[in-house]
Design a protein around this ligand. Sequence first.
Ligand code: MEV
Length: 321
Amino acid sequence: EPNMDISSNATRTGVGTAHGKIILAGEHSVVYDYPAIALPLPGAKVTVETQASSRQVDWLESLPYTGPLDKVPEELQNLCRAIDLTHSASKLKTGPLHFRIKSSIPIGRGMGSSAAVSVALIRSLVDYMQIKISDHQLTYIANQAEVIAHGWTSGLDTLLASTDSPVIYRKSSTPIPFQFNLNAYLIVADSGMVGQTKLAVGKVHQLREAKPEFVTNMMDAIGGFVSQAIEAIQHQDIIELGRLMTYNHYYLNQLGVSNATIDHLVNQAWMADALGAKLTGAGLGGCIIALAYNRSHAQHIERVLLDAGAQQTWLVNLNAM
Ligand code: MEV
């Protein structure tokens, strides 16, 4: 029997971590059960510490980034509502708790910050209570919070927050772990503009209601790009991969989820000879990714994007992925 009596654990600290993610190709269509390729971004990480508290709920945020801090308590409240919804969690009597969140994942930039906060918080609670839950339970509870926060979700963000491997993901099938082993670099650049996943996913949904044939054609095409991208990676064909990323951006633009800020950064990456560039995540703000031949090419594109207004960048060596 797990120990549910926390009074004897008053000084105990539960710790949970999770990280952000990058979608290489297939965002939005993944919500409609098309495939996507995504990878964890270990450099963007959330740690949550849970302790007993004298107050009923005590939120203490410590975020080094300039995102809207008030969003964090909101996400945690969503999560607590989600935990309440689940049968097993309703049995857990924790008493007043104090959560300390540290995150280097900017909020609302399509990097899965909310999913990572959810996953890290659940892990921290589970550690605090000295109980065990399965990976399935973990992502199930975190997905409840994502549905409250974003309206609709493919489950990709919570999966990526909790795994260390890139994946080929499809809503209706088991995720396939994937290795890039590719001599290329990804540059991730944050526009600094908060995009709202709920809004973007809702926009695509509305367009699909209004123009079902158009949207189905777009999504069929994006699904095709993802399959071709997997082949390109397997054949070490980075020129083709870049081309497919660029097409993917064009189609996301047609779906209405890009904007002038994102298009500007994507254009700047192309001008800096990126092999390909596209928005990543839900769009309407958030981040772009660009593909480079090697580290120095990536650093060049990075400088160009920072000059063009990007707020922060990350480099990912795809040979180590
Ligand atoms: C958000 O990171 C990615 C979307 O495809 C939504 C989802 O998969 O739930 C836009």
